[in-house]
Design a protein around this ligand. Structure first.
Ligand SMILES: *Cc1c(COP(=O)(O)O)cnc(C)c1O
Length: 350
């Protein structure tokens, strides 16, 4: 048998800083006071890779994990006990209930419809999401007294804050409504706060918090600036060097024209990798602290950078993609959540 050809090295890599991830979880756990911090790992751990992130979060001490879809369950429970995972979207089909019961993960029940589906399937431990004002997923407070709800075996009673990243009256109003729900519904544990909610203080922490964004380096409120470190480090390789003459234009629609002779580098990073066209003409890449501005448009698989500051760089050399999330959000106009979750499959995650 001939040996299987070995995959050559990548030209795009996403290094997950496992120490920073663990430190962020511990900081959020400490800021949660008497509550314990869990971990939202939906959307492939916000794009960083469940297989890499979940073991680090588990080893740091996280015991409660959240995904959105049923399709996300199996990869997560390869690393943690199924009983530590909740599925936020809840059961929409009878098959979802059968799947949850067979594996031993908890559905988050969001409606009377879902409560009936779960109980009809045989039921078992579940979580209950109540809506306290976001008007997205969750049982309306007016339905709390429905007899079907009284039949549920609720581990975590939860609700979700709509505007915790802002100082607005809605936060206190949601807290008041959640307190009301907690008095009405017996549950083993209660949970209200996402990352930003943790920074609102201990009143919002209850028994369990559910950070996502800030585990991965996102800073939704300034209180978290000193606590949260960058987790995702992106690097892309130069795949061609070229010398431009005065008057040469670069890329689709020739939006950049060289005013003088200059060195440029074609880099293996494009919008198909999640580096969207909003970075065109305002982004830059870095090499050892030297700034290399983008020239022209972002293409599907490539960007071109100005190598004036780093004429020594060669094909195969790695460049850093600045991805400190609050700064990257300010430059790109994307949210910190979008910046993480759009990162494509061509990054080798490590
Ligand atoms: C995504 C999500 C979280 C995590 O929110 P962050 O803002 O990323 O910390 C918590 N709870 C629910 C219900 C979610 O959907």
């Amino acid at each position: 048998m001939p040996d299987r050809p070995v995959l050559p090295p990548p030209t795009l890599r996403l290094k997950l800083d496992h120490d920073a991830l663990a430190m962020n979880w511990r900081a959020l756990n400490r800021l949660s006071g008497n509550a314990r911090a869990g971990a939202a790992v939906k959307a492939d751990a916000y794009g960083l890779g469940v297989a890499k992130a979940v073991p680090s979060l588990r080893d740091a001490g996280a015991r409660d994990f959240f995904v959105a879809h049923w399709s996300e369950v199996s990869e997560v429970i390869a690393h943690i006990p199924a009983s530590q995972l909740s599925v936020l979207h809840g059961p929409v089909h009878a098959e979802d209930c059968a799947y949850a019961r067979a594996l031993g993960v908890r559905p988050v029940i969001n409606s009377i419809f879902q409560a009936r589906l779960w109980l009809d399937s045989g039921g078992g431990p579940c979580d209950l999401m109540v809506d306290t004002g976001i008007n997205r997923l969750g049982l309306p407070l007016a339905c709390l007294s429905d007899p079907l709800i009284a039949r549920l075996d609720i581990d975590v009673l939860l609700s979700h804050l709509a505007s915790a990243d802002e100082d607005v009256a809605q936060n206190a109003e949601q807290l008041r409504r959640f307190d009301q729900a907690c008095r009405a519904i017996p549950a083993r544990r209660r949970s209200l706060s996402n990352s930003a909610g943790i920074a609102l203080g201990k009143d919002y922490a209850f028994d369990l918090t559910r950070p996502g964004l800030s585990l991965y380096g996102g800073i939704p409120r300034s209180e978290l600036l000193a606590e949260i470190g960058q987790v995702a480090r992106l690097e892309a390789a130069i795949i061609q060097r070229r010398d431009l003459s005065a008057g040469d234009s670069v890329g689709y629609n020739a939006t950049f024209t060289a005013a003088r002779a200059m060195h440029a580098g074609v880099v293996s990073l494009g919008y198909a990798d999640g580096f969207l066209r909003c970075w065109s003409d305002r982004g830059l890449l870095r090499s050892n602290g030297r700034e290399l501005p983008l020239l022209g448009r972002v293409s599907m698989d490539m960007v071109v950078v100005d190598l004036t500051e780093a004429p020594d760089l060669a094909e195969g050399d790695w460049l850093e993609v600045p991805y400190h999330l609050p700064d990257a959000a300010a430059v790109s106009g994307l949210s910190q959540y979008e910046l993480l979750t759009i990162l494509g499959q061509r990054f080798r995650r490590g």
